[in-house]
Design a protein around this ligand. Structure first.
Ligand SMILES: [Zn+2]
Length: 492
């Protein structure tokens, strides 16, 4: 896969004209101080013929409508037919955060106006309450800006990363997919956590560069579980960019839980949905305890020796934020109805690939690119799965299933075999018989007392079947070529 710019997106986005520099809003006017409660302007109230743009905050517009900044952005060649209005948080040049409504207008332009605080046919939308520190540092777009195609935007993100972060190309691409997915976290079924290892300075460059290209980024240092609960995560849905070399068990559990939408967490007075995209730097080469089923690992630094630019400037950040806002607006419904499916991976990896691919709009080839990048991740995930405690115990039990002839096996024998397998794998940990008994019970394999020799399993047909089914699910290697349960005859 190559990062070319010469691709023309399907008729939907083809020919999207690049915006002229004047199309950028210049912030609100110094005089009028429009309110975020201002009414949505009907299209008829807009000046111009639909092809030019009314600058954000023009005083005439303000005096005409007292509705605050309004912009109409020509979108010649862009098919707006499937696009529905959305409300978004926007930051004005004076630092104020407002809700802004984006709506298609007569299939030839996008109107961008102050929101009434309600989405059309939708729930009310407000600026979520947040602490002054968060309010000041939250990075937001200023106005939508045309972006070309998904692939052009992707390439621009990858180039930005190349300029600022010591990151090999495959990782750069993976991070670019992830960054684009953060713009659709509200409509994706999951948002994988980006877990970063490597040098602290390289990780710092990555996190600070991601500020430009993620939706609603917040840089956090030393965040604790209490910090996270205090943020309006549910309503704001920020992208958390965290430096947390020391993750407590509680944090790990909380972070793992926040990968999928829908779960509520108590934040003291109230409950809120605890879900948002996250990129977490966990240290030099720390083995992260975050579940690999929910995360993608990236190693920064390494052997790259050339020097890298300082993090992107404010102008560059705004430019990316504005283009990505338009991308979200135009692509959101297509992401919702995405039918991008991935097979051949472990189910968890497929889910990650589908989420990242769905965020690439109108470009099936580029969508597929993410599956190539996740191959290594999938292999790693298989190994981890089968080398975890459940996997080791199943490997041991499968061995006994193949050895015993309809007899029984004691739990201590399974433990001995499991420990032999672990030490063959170079692992030092030892499993007690008690622990193995727990693992078996959790897997639905119930031991019983077998005379004076202690507890064990009777290797009957049912146990054989169950062990094989679980072994398959845990990617336990099939070591017995003659076993018909390991290698069922293929149905014609
Ligand atoms: Zn078998």
């Amino acid at each position: 896969m190559q990062e070319s710019n010469d691709y023309s997106v399907s008729q939907n986005n083809g020919g999207a004209k690049t915006e002229s520099p004047e199309a950028r809003p210049n912030g609100s006017s110094g005089t009028a101080q429009p309110s975020e409660e201002a009414p949505v302007l009907p299209p008829a109230a807009l000046r111009g013929n639909g092809d030019d743009l009314l600058a954000h905050g023009e005083s005439e517009t303000d005096s005409l409508h007292s509705g605050g900044p309004v912009a109409q952005i020509a979108t010649a060649g862009v098919d707006l037919s499937g696009v529905t209005p959305i409300s978004e948080l926007i930051r004005w040049a004076n630092g104020r955060i407002v809700t802004s409504r984006l709506a298609p207008y007569e299939n030839k332009s996008v109107i961008h106006a102050n929101s009434t605080g309600k989405t059309l046919n939708g729930p009310s939308y407000r600026v979520p309450p947040m602490s002054p520190g968060v309010y000041r540092s939250l990075v937001l777009p200023t106005a939508p800006k045309l972006f070309g195609s998904a692939r052009q935007l992707f390439s621009a993100i990858a180039e930005l990363l190349e300029k600022h972060v010591p990151l090999p190309k495959p990782e750069r691409s993976l991070v670019s997919y992830w960054a684009m997915a953060t713009w659709f976290a509200d409509v994706l079924q999951l948002c994988p956590t980006l877990v970063v290892t490597g040098s602290g300075s390289a990780a710092n460059l990555l996190l600070r560069t991601l500020v430009a290209v993620c939706r609603r980024p917040l840089l956090l240092a030393d965040a604790t579980a209490a910090t996270l609960r205090a943020l309006p995560l549910g309503e704001l849905l920020p992208t958390l960019l965290m430096r947390s070399p020391q993750l407590s068990k509680q944090m790990i559990a909380l972070l793992d839980d926040s990968t999928h939408p829908g779960y509520l967490v108590s934040s003291g007075k109230d409950f809120q949905q605890f879900y948002c995209p996250k990129c977490i730097y966990v240290g030099e080469d720390a083995t992260s305890h975050l579940k690999s089923s929910n995360s993608i690992r990236i190693h920064v630094g390494g052997s790259i020796t050339r020097s890298f630019s300082a993090p992107p400037t404010g102008d560059v950040i705004t430019d990316f934020q504005d283009r990505l806002l338009a991308y979200r607006f135009l692509g959101r419904n297509k992401v919702i109805s995405s039918n991008f499916h991935v097979s051949g991976f472990r189910p968890e990896t497929s889910a990650i690939a589908e989420a990242l691919g769905a965020a690439i709009v109108d470009d099936p080839e580029w969508q597929n690119g993410v599956t190539l990048l996740l191959k290594a991740h999938d292999e790693q995930s298989r190994v981890e799965h089968s080398s975890g405690t459940n996997g080791i115990v199943l490997r041991a039990l499968l061995f006994h299933c193949h050895e015993s002839n309809g007899e029984h096996v004691f739990v201590r024998e399974i433990a001995d075999t499991a420990n032999r397998i672990s030490s063959d794998d170079g692992e030092s940990g030892k499993l007690s018989s008690e622990k193995v008994g727990h693992v078996l019970r959790n897997l639905g394999l119930y031991t019983r007392r077998l005379g004076s020799g202690g507890r064990g399993l009777v290797i009957d047909k049912q146990t054989q079947m169950r062990t094989h089914r679980l072994s398959h699910a845990y990617d336990v290697p099939k070591t017995e070529p003659a076993c018909i349960l390991c290698h069922p005859p293929k149905a014609e």
